[in-house]
Write a protein that binds this ligand. Structure first.
Ligand code: NAD
Length: 437
């Protein structure tokens, strides 16, 4: 029943370019300025990226209970992304080294053939109402479907604002779920939540219809909550990765073999999908969205109809011998509700992305997931993952042993050259450096 969204062209009206030479050589402050200039936005819009201006204790205290502090997470900006013909600079909040660099790198290769192409279904979330104790569940299911109009009207009456924005209940589905404790009649409200993630919106509706639904079905309502298996709210991304840029046909074949193992083997699929989530969760977090909801949706979608956990992406070789990457998964993210409108950094991230609908945000996140996935598969199929990780890992080690910002580059260069990226060796190198300066 998923309704396709019309194609929205390039989102490059705001962003001038996502290709920024030498970004990594700038100071954090200078990077913010450069990033804002490249995105064509006022730097004040991303001032909240400065930790001093981000989330304060007062605001945090209104977000959750018993606030005792605020956790800082690095926020990097991925470069090189072209999505539906427009350049996008992508904010990524993550504690893991190499993620931002890898996504930027994959996006650079994807640029050769026009970047990422994305699409999505309408933003349909579903809420479940579990009805227990129905003597005639088959008939109960049909009685509920007969009352479709009444139940939809009752649900829509809970959220006139959503209806005003063009959303609201689109359909009612009813399933019978057999369990070891009995057969349940489970009603699904299918709701177009527009630019919201939608959990609160659909939960309110489910609670509002539960008693009446139970009465009609002839039982008692129990659970009334959304499903995070948001399989009616899918986003897709597609990109072509140039064979020559990847190192030729042998590398292409190995990338296809690497992805095929993830399709066939749950042990590999779990790690393959974790790599996808490295990119996805980072953008979800940066925009103040619910990382757990997106992760639950992704992993439930990774289970095939036959019940096997598999990979969320597919890689093929196109007629010209290039790698084509495809990803399709639930992407329940919003621009209103939850922390998205409250957290200053989330607002800055949305300003940097230049998105105005939840669907655009969802598609960018899916493209980042594909880029991240491709980068990991490529690294694994060629040089292995450790080499790329090594220089950032070395920087972490240099900082851990007390090297100052000025000393870090020299310590990093030495411990990598000595092939001893370890704290004890970094300490020794730092001591020598200081003795000679
Ligand atoms: P919300 O209720 O704060 O905002 C949604 C509401 O905003 C809509 O119901 C509508 O009335 C209004 N609105 C205004 N402009 C709109 C527009 N353009 N499009 C759509 N709605 C518009 O939040 P939500 O998105 O319903 O719920 C998200 C929150 O629920 C997140 O914080 C999430 O963590 C939390 N949550 C998640 C789960 C779960 O995933 N299992 C369960 C409970 C709560």
């Amino acid at each position: 029943m998923a309704v396709e969204q019309p194609y929205r062209g390039g989102r490059g009206a705001m962003a001038r370019t996502s290709r920024i030479q030498g970004l990594r050589d700038l100071s954090v402050e200078a990077r913010r300025k450069t990033v804002a200039e490249s995105a064509g936005i006022d730097p004040a819009l991303i001032a909240a990226f400065d930790p001093g201006q981000g989330l304060g204790a007062g605001l945090a205290d209104h977000m959750i209970e018993n606030v005792a502090g605020i956790l800082g997470i690095p926020l990097g900006v991925a470069t090189n992304f072209v999505i539906n013909g427009g350049d996008v600079l992508v904010p990524m909040a993550t504690e893991e080294a190499s993620v931002v660099a890898a996504a930027s790198n994959a996006a650079k290769i994807a640029r050769i053939h026009g970047g990422f192409h994305t699409s999505s279904t309408a933003p349909i979330m579903q809420a479940q109402v579990q009805i227990v104790g129905v003597a005639d569940p088959e008939a109960g299911r049909v009685r509920l479907l007969e009352a479709r109009e009444e139940l939809i009207a009752l649900a829509n009456a809970q959220d006139p604002k959503l209806v005003e924005f063009g959303g609201g209940v689109r359909d009612l589905a009813v399933r019978l779920v057999g369990s070891r404790a009995g057969t349940y009649v489970v009603a699904h409200l299918q709701v177009d939540v527009r630019d919201a993630m939608g959990a609160n919106a659909v939960n309110t509706m489910a609670e509002a219809i539960a008693m009446r639904a139970a009465e009609i079905a002839g039982g008692r309502s129990l659970l009334r909550i959304l499903t995070n298996k948001a399989d009616l709210r899918l986003s897709r991304a597609r990109a072509v990765f140039d064979a020559e840029a990847l190192g030729g046909p042998a590398v292409v074949d190995d990338i296809i073999h690497a992805a095929a193992l993830a399709e066939a083997d749950p042990y590999r699929a779990a790690t393959h999908n974790k790599g996808i989530m490295n990119g996805i969760s980072a953008v979800v977090l940066a925009t103040g969205n619910d990382t757990r909801a997106v992760e639950a949706g992704a992993h439930s979608h990774a289970v095939s109809p036959a019940g096997q956990y598999t990979s969320l992406s597919r890689f093929e070789k196109d007629a010209d011998g290039n790698v084509v990457g495809i990803m399709e998964l639930p992407m329940p993210v919003g621009l209103v509700g939850g922390a998205t409108k409250v957290h200053p950094v989330a607002q800055a991230s949305v300003a940097l992305l230049g998105v105005s609908t939840a669907a655009e945000l969802a598609e960018i996140i899916t493209a980042v997931g594909l880029a991240q996935n491709f980068a990991a598969v490529r690294a694994l199929a060629t040089e292995g993952i450790q080499r790329g990780h090594m220089s950032l890992h070395a920087r972490n080690i240099a900082s851990t042993v007390g090297a100052s910002a000025d000393e870090v580059p020299a310590v990093v260069a030495r411990i990598i050259a000595d092939k001893k990226v370890r704290a004890d060796h970094a300490e020794k190198v730092l001591a020598e450096l200081r003795a000679h300066s």
